[in-house]
Each structure stands twice: as structure tokens, then as C-alpha cells.
Design a protein around this ligand. Structure first.
Ligand code: XMP
Length: 600
């Protein structure tokens, strides 16, 4: 069984982040770890009694007003625990509210960069007297609680930061955890140094988790699905390292939707480490058969997911990997997968991770699941992977969606048209007879993309503003692309297509070309993710189109299109154009929002 300490992931000496529902709880937790302190995220209403072993508490931001009915409240007894407390944005306002200060709507709602004047306080010691911070608030503290002093102000907000040095309680109206706040990490470091915290480093964690794996598994064995992604590869390697190859069994389901040579590369990587207990099941035919004549994106995902489960169940039964015979399930779950930020009750957006579906929760409750990475962030998993001796290229590879290339092979039965109307665009354009997923406001959209045609010497960056103005002004569109292979306006043709092995092979080749070329040009590390997408549209009857979608991002919640230069794209475009049946290559210029990273 998992120990209480491990399962709550709040070990003694943690700095606890109480998540009031902003998007930043994970970012704060990571920044705290960068200061060398153990951090854990807990729901805002966690009773103070449960927090008495914490070294410090950080109250996160959140979208509501402290005086609004139903707004998230922490247990005010946390102020009696005698440990340092730092409130950020909503957390700062809640601190003032809970300790007898006053919070009111600000005169001006502030979003973005603001210059502040530092007046004093230990958290600001040695820092410049004036610097830029990042604000996102409607409310502000107008009267500090008794015992507090004002530490910083701005021209529009008289109490930007406050603190009570004696009790070690602090609050900042700005988000010190985001990169746009100058000196943010320095302020956090000063707070962390006031806390009597447990140390954090991947090395220490690695030692601790090895002991934990031994204790949790006991004399049982572990069965694990391996996808080729960073998390499952690192988890599988660690389990083999700790338990030995005869007590671990891996299964890799070849869906036919994996990247070029991926299965061979994974097998080779493990074989080089003496890990030969990975069974590869080629189920590609079954996947392609089930996906025949399927056109809806959600339907496609469901079929891929269901087929995967059916194959996994069949193979594990065939191999006799049953709980009664002493087998546990291993998963590569990482920390953000276990905690959706926004807490539970206060979440603006909740999604259940596939590692936390009810059937898996049941197994977890029975102590039948081992997740060695469940306290780690992605960067930490990568460091652990390097420590285990896994190849650098594998450990630092771009994220790749679970359903593989299946997400990126667009399917449609009929061409899609939209109502006529002029588009606010002075560059020649054509509409794609196809819709794709985007995200605008709080919801997903399913709209058209617009393709621009321009002289071959005009750089993509020149057209980037249109990728914001067009979707903002015209609700028919959520994406704007630049055609890299034609400079004159041309209408697109359409052919009804679903996922087939031929299309998967074609996209696999285009994807491999992109991967090879961006590594060769030394662009791989500077691009966060580079989806390559196959569309059932072209300029001839049966032609198809490839979309290049390089993005810069931190956590995939938002993303910016990477505006590569023509020279950087040249070899990619030339090679993809030579693939059979490819009529056009397009570059997606759209940020997220209004588009998503993937096309679906
Ligand atoms: P979107 O397209 O929503 O993608 O902007 C955000 C991030 O999530 C990845 N993604 C997935 N990952 N299973 C996964 O494991 C999925 O079904 C899935 N769909 C999208 C996507 O690649 C991007 O990094």
C-alpha cells in the first residue's frame, strides 16, 4: 500500500500551495522547487490541522472576489500555526479580508505590466526601488490588517504588497510567479528562506522514490504500458532499475499511428540497457479497420481509446498479468496529471486525465497501482531520465499526443462551406472547405481556416497580425495560414477521407522530414512542439495538404505560433512537396487562443 505520507504528497516540511482556482498553482509549486524546497498543492479548504507540519503556506490567485458569495475560503486558523504565509493576488486579498483589513473593487482593472515603487519589507531587501510586475486583478486591498505595513505601491494601486514581519505574513497583489514579473523569483526565494522547509532536488527524490517503489511493490510484479513518451519511458526504466527485469513487464501497442521508426527506436533504447521485457503488439490493422469511414474528431479519439483498451486487455490476459497472480499496474503519471489546478469545487475548467478514470481510481484504492513519477513535474522527469542514462534526444523530445498521428490526420465526409461575406483581409485568400478545432473564450470552437497567398519573398511574420485580427473580427474563422507553395490565389478542392494506413504512412514521412530538418537546423530546442497535419484538401481532385504548426509554449494552455523564416522552411517545404499526392504546404500563423495547438 502507498503510505499516508506519499499518497497525500504533503510530506513534513513542504511548502503548501492552497489553490484558490487560478491557473498558477502549478507554476508557483514549480518555482518553489526551483528555490530548493519541497512543494505540494492542496485544496483551499484544507483544515489548518492538516497543515501543521507544513513549513510555509502560499495562497494562490483565483478568479473570484473575496467578498463574493461562494468564493473560496481557507481555514483562518492557518494564521495560528506559527508558520510563514504568502498570499498572491486573490490570496493577498483573502489574507487582508481574513485578518480584518479591507478589500474593495479597484478603480481600474489592471491586467498586464505595471511599474511599482518599493517602500520597504524583507521580501524586497536589496531589490531595485522601482520595477515592473505582472498584474491581473479587479479588486485591491484598501486597508491593511493590524500589524501589517505597506511594502509597495503603484500609481493606480496604493497597496501592491504588504507584510507583517513579526508573524511572517506577506501579500503581493501581483503575480510574482510569472516570468513577466521582474525579481519575482528573488521575492519568492526570500519568502522560502523564512520557512523551515524540507530540501528538494531530483537527486534526493530519486533516492527516496527508489525506496518507496521497493516498499510499495513488496514481492509483487509490475505490468506497464509503454508509449514511447518521456513519462512512461522514464517510469519503465526506473522500475526495471529498482525491481529488476524479471519483475517488470512492459507492453507497447503499435497503433499504426506512431511516428516513423518509433517502435524500433524504443526497442533499441531499452535493449541497450538490457531491458528486453517489452512486448510489442502490432495492432495497427485493428486500429485502421475500426477507423474506416469515421469522420468526427471526437468519434475518432473515442475509437482510438477504446481499441487501445481492448488490445491492452486482450494481451495482458493472454500474458497472464493478473492481480491474483501478483501483478500491479505501473503508470507514468506525473504531478500535474494528479491535480487539475483550479482545485475541485472552484475549477473553471476540469478535465479528467486518462490515468485517473474511475476504473483506475478503483485499482489505486486497492493499492494495485504504482506511479513512481507522480510527484514530479515534466522538467524533473527529464532530469531523472538523464540520471538514468536515457538518451538526451529521447528525454528532451517534444510532447506528442496520446492518440498519436490519429489526431493530426483530418477527416471529413463532405466539404464544409460557410456563409458568404467579405473578410477583413487585404491579402489574397481562399477559405479551406474544412473546419478545425479552436478555443475562444471558455469554449471550443469548430470553425474554418483562411489561407493567405503572398509573394515568395514576403516573410510569414509580416502576416502574423492577420491571424489575430481576422478571427477577432469574423466569427467564421479560428485560424489563418500562409501558403508556402503557391503565390497566387487558388481555390482548394476536397476529397472525402477517413484515416487509412496510406494516409498515416504519408503523414509519418512528412513528420519525419520536419523532425530531421529542424534538428539539422538547430531549431528543435527553441520550438516547444511542431505538429505536422494532413488535410483532405488540395488543388487537384485527389491531392492533399500538409500544415506546419510550430508553436512556442510553456504548459500548452496558451501558445504562440513560431514564425519561421522562408529560408528556415525551404528544405522542409521542398522535401514535403515531393511526397506523393501532396499539393500544398501551409504554415499555421495562429496563436492559441483562438486556435488550439493541434488540429482535429
Ligand atoms: P491543444 O490542441 O488542446 O493541445 O492546444 C494542448 C496539448 O495537449 C496535447 N494533446 C494531447 N495529449 N492526449 C495527449 O496525451 C491527447 O488526446 C491530446 N490531445 C492534445 C497536444 O499535443 C498539446 O501539447
Amino acid at each position: 500500500m502507498l503510505t499516508e505520507e506519499y499518497s497525500t504528497s504533503m510530506q513534513k516540511g513542504s511548502i503548501v500551495i492552497l489553490d484558490f482556482g487560478g491557473q498558477y498553482a502549478h507554476l508557483i509549486a514549480r518555482r518553489v522547487r526551483e528555490c530548493g524546497a519541497f512543494s505540494a498543492i492542496l485544496p483551499p479548504e484544507t483544515p489548518a490541522e492538516k497543515l501543521k507540519d507544513a513549513a510555509g503556506i502560499i495562497l494562490s490567485g483565483g478568479p473570484q472576489s473575496v467578498y463574493e458569495e461562494g468564493s473560496p475560503q481557507a481555514d483562518a486558523k492557518i494564521f495560528e500555526l506559527g508558520i510563514p504565509i504568502l498570499g498572491i493576488c486573490y490570496g493577498h486579498q483573502w489574507t487582508a479580508h481574513a485578518l480584518g483589513g479591507t478589500v474593495k473593487p479597484g478603480k481600474i482593472k489592471e491586467y498586464g505590466h505595471t511599474s511599482i515603487d518599493v517602500l520597504g519589507g524583507s521580501l524586497f531587501e536589496g531589490l531595485p526601488k522601482k520595477f515592473t510586475v505582472w498584474m491581473s486583478h479587479g479588486d485591491e486591498v484598501s486597508v491593511v490588517p493590524s500589524g501589517f505595513s505597506v511594502f509597495a505601491k503603484s500609481t493606480t494601486c496604493p497597496i501592491v504588497a504588504m507584510g507583517d514581519e513579526r508573524r511572517k505574513f506577506f501579500g503581493t497583489q501581483f503575480h510574482l510567479e510569472v516570468v513577466h514579473t521582474e525579481n519575482g523569483q528573488e521575492i519568492l526565494k526570500r519568502f522560502v528562506s523564512l520557512c523551515d522547509h524540507a530540501p528538494w532536488s531530483v537527486d534526493d527524490f530519486s533516492k527516496r522514490i527508489r525506496e518507496q517503489v521497493k516498499a510499495d511493490v513488496g514481492d509483487r510484479k509490475v505490468f506497464m504500458l509503454v508509449s514511447g513518451g518521456v513519462d512512461s519511458t522514464v517510469a519503465f526504466t526506473l522500475l526495471n532499475d529498482v525491481l529488476g527485469t524479471d519483475r517488470v513487464q512492459g507492453l507497447l501497442v503499435d497503433t499504426g499511428l506512431m511516428r516513423k521508426d518509433e517502435v524500433k527506436t524504443i526497442q533499441k533504447t531499452f535493449a541497450e540497457r538490457g531491458i528486453t521485457n517489452l512486448h510489442v503488439e502490432d495492432a495497427s490493422e485493428e486500429f485502421f479497420t475500426n477507423l474506416e469511414n469515421v469522420y468526427e474528431p471526437e468519434q475518432k479519439r473515442k475509437i482510438i481509446g477504446d481499441t487501445f483498451l481492448a488490445v491492452q486487455k486482450r494481451v495482458s490476459e493472454r500474458m497472464g498479468l493478473r492481480a491474483e497472480d501478483g501483478w500491479m499496474l505501473g503508470q507514468g503519471t506525473i504531478y500535474p496529471d494528479t491535480i487539475e489546478t483550479g482545485g475541485t469545487k472552484h475549477a473553471d475548467k476540469i478535465k479528467t486525465h486518462h490515468n485517473r478514470v474511475p476504473a483506475i481510481e478503483e485499482l489505486i484504492a486497492k493499492g494495485l497501482v504504482i506511479e513512481p513519477l507522480k510527484e514530479l513535474y515534466k522538467d524533473e522527469v527529464r532530469k531523472l531520465g538523464e540520471e538514468l542514462g536515457l538518451p538526451h534526444d529521447l528525454v528532451w523530445r517534444h510532447p506528442f499526443p496520446g492518440p498519436g498521428l490519429g489526431v493530426r490526420i483530418l477527416c471529413a465526409q463532405e466539404p464544409s462551406s460557410t456563409e458568404e461575406g467579405s473578410v477583413p483581409c487585404d491579402v489574397p485568400y481562399a477559405m479551406l472547405p474544412l473546419k478545425s478545432v479552436g478555443v475562444q473564450g471558455d469554449g471550443r470552437t469548430y470553425r474554418h481556416a483562411l489561407v493567405l497567398f503572398a509573394d515568395f519573398d514576403a516573410e510569414p511574420a509580416k502576416f502574423a497580425p492577420l491571424a489575430t485580427t481576422i478571427p477577432n473580427a469574423d466569427r467564421r474563422f479560428n485560424r489563418v495560414l500562409l501558403c508556402l507553395t503557391k503565390n497566387e490565389r487558388t481555390d482548394f478542392t476536397f476529397a472525402s477521407r477517413s484515416i487509412t494506413r496510406e494516409r498515416a504512412d504519408l503523414l509519418r514521412e512528412a513528420d519525419a522530414i520536419v523532425d530531421e530538418e529542424i534538428r539539422r537546423a538547430d531549431l528543435y530546442q527553441s520550438i516547444w512542439q511542431f505538429p505536422v497535419v494532413l488535410l483532405p484538401v488540395g488543388f487537384t481532385d485527389s491531392g492533399q495538404t500538409i500544415v506546419l504548426r510550430p508553436v512556442a509554449s510553456q504548459e500548452a494552455m496558451t501558445a504562440n505560433a513560431v514564425l519561421l523564416k522562408r529560408a528556415q522552411l525551404q528544405s522542409i517545404v521542398e522535401r514535403i512537396q515531393k511526397l506523393p499526392g501532396i499539393d500544398a504546404v501551409l504554415l499555421d500563423l495562429t496563436n492559441k487562443p483562438p486556435a488550439t495547438i493541434e488540429w482535429e
